[in-house]
Design a protein around this ligand. Structure first.
Ligand code: CA
Length: 502
């Protein structure tokens, strides 16, 4: 498959040299057609947004006029997936176009048995755009341990950052800002856009919201008051056929989030307490998304008023999906649909047909190659995703992928053993965050196969057509032997294609 060459590929020097050479031809597409000026790039990223949290995706209550506008004027990808549902790995994948085992960031944990920095030999798309003459900027959430590279200007929250009066790292100095993080990040984005020069720009506009502690702006704190927020269909999952899920106690919001709310009323029974926490966290999460949408509107308005909109690619996404009560959970990690799928909108008026909904499977590895392709910059062979440009153009190639690969690495058995050895209090029941061990899997248009390999070997098989909420594991049920065999062979093929071993 073109553009999917797995591990290896050219050195960074080769990549940069070829990118620089491509700059001279940037006004021609790969077909040699004049493509007009090189487009500006605006990447908008939230933190922990569910794929359905957009009015344009059919959400019954949440109003997102700005996201809806991008969808109406561009393409909404209704089947976009992340490749490792976790923050830092997702961000590194968007930057490099590679899976976690290639870019090196497999988990979030400081002590995880994994490399914690992006492989320095891998080019990132902002770096390649900078080499190609773009003015590059980064504002808001960064969440990677190494300093940003490839940016002319960057203003980032340290680590997770905070919602109110946050510190920002600006020019190497930590500077306290006054206000709400989503608003401040937007002000920085507008500052960058207003000082645009004659060269094209690439701006990464990345929000902390709606990440835990799901905190809306004060002006949105009363949204949905009085609304009885509907429960997702898998809310009362009994995990009857899914052992690993049944053991993931810290994923259950009524257990893990109770401590986040000092105003949780005392004296509630278990069912009332669960209901209170659900209503509170889900509404706050949506309120924080509402703040992102409102701020996005200011940026889109500026692109319009400044005459930049026509020549700017706006790509909207998040770093990973999220559970909002599905399976009784919050958080992400598991390869189940709410955490696996991500919102993805692309608007580029010179290329994309307005109001298009594209259902072919696309991955967050595709973002870097897509943006480079649209900018006329050669996509390095080592990038594992594929440009979605033909899908934007409404001309899908016959060989577009039909199965997708996912791999999550945190909480390996070796890491847990290491952590246990470091414990000084033998009565302390150690378990790493959320009790979700490593697993990998594949998804086709109908089936999903998951292999949990942290402790022994445990498999799950779902028929997404008959069981879209993934409540019934078919793996051990009779009559699926041939299907399991075929899917296991396909999983092995994908692992070999992407160079995942171990
Ligand atoms: Ca995240």
């Amino acid at each position: 498959m073109p553009g999917m060459t797995g591990v290896g590929g050219p050195s960074r020097r080769d990549v940069l040299r070829s990118a620089a050479a491509a700059t001279g031809a940037a006004f021609l597409t790969r077909c040699g057609r004049p493509s007009g000026p090189r487009p500006n790039i605006l990447l908008v990223m939230t933190d922990d947004q569910q794929y359905g949290q957009m009015g344009c995706a059919g959400h019954p209550l949440l109003q997102t006029p700005s996201m809806d506008r991008l969808a109406a004027e561009g393409t909404r990808f209704s089947n976009a997936l992340c490749t490792n549902s976790l923050c830092a790995p997702g961000r590194a994948t968007v930057l490099t176009g590679c899976y976690s085992h290639v870019h090196g960031i497999r988990g979030n944990s400081e002590k995880a048995d994994a490399i914690e920095e992006i492989d320095a030999s891998l080019p990132t798309f902002p770096q390649l755009l900078q080499e190609a003459g773009y003015r590059t900027g980064l504002v808001g959430k960064w969440h990677l341990r190494q300093q940003p590279r490839g940016f002319d200007i960057w203003k980032v929250l340290p680590g997770q950052g905070v919602y109110f009066d946050p510190d920002f790292i600006i020019g190497g100095e930590t500077v306290k800002q006054s206000g709400y993080a989503t608003d401040i990040t937007t002000d920085f984005a507008l500052d960058f856009l207003r000082t645009a020069g004659p060269e094209p720009f690439c701006l990464l506009y990345q929000h902390k919201a709606p990440h835990r502690p799901f905190t809306p702006a004060p002006r949105h704190a009363g949204l949905y008051d009085g609304v009885d927020w509907p429960k997702p269909p898998s809310y009362n999952d009994d995990y009857a056929t899914r052992q690993v899920a049944s053991e993931a106690e810290d994923m259950r919001f009524e257990i893990s989030l109770a401590g986040d709310y000092p105003d949780l009323p005392a004296g509630l029974g278990p069912a009332q307490r669960r209901e209170w926490i659900f209503q509170r966290f889900v509404k706050d999460h949506h309120r924080a998304v509402h703040g992102v949408d409102e701020n996005l509107g200011h940026v889109l308005d500026y692109l319009d008023s400044s005459g930049l909109a026509e020549d700017t690619v706006v790509l909207y996404t998040t770093d990973n999906g999220y559970f909002l009560g599905e399976h009784g959970w919050y958080d992400k990690r598991f390869m189940y649909e709410p955490a696996l799928r991500i919102p993805l909108l692309v608007r580029y008026p010179r290329l994309s047909r307005a109001g298009q909904v594209e259902g072919r499977p696309v991955l967050n590895t595709d973002i870097a190659p897509t943006l480079l392709d649209l900018a006329g910059v050669r996509v390095p062979e080592g990038m594992q995703g594929r440009s979605v440009r033909p899908l934007l153009e409404g001309a899908p190639p016959d060989d577009w992928r039909t199965s997708t690969f996912y791999s999550y690495y945190e909480n390996s058995w070796a890491f847990r053993e290491m952590a246990r050895e470091q414990m000084t209090d033998p009565s302390f029941q150690f378990w790493t965050p959320h009790r979700v061990g490593p697993h990998r899997g594949l998804r086709t248009d109908r089936y999903k196969l998951i292999e949990f390999y942290g402790e022994g070997d445990y498999w799950e098989l779902f028929d997404l057509k008959e069981d879209p909420h993934e409540l019934r594991n078919l793996y051990e049920e009779p009559g699926h032997g041939q299907l399991v065999e075929e899917l296991r062979a396909e999983l092995l093929r994908l692992r070999e294609q992407y160079g995942e071993r171990g």
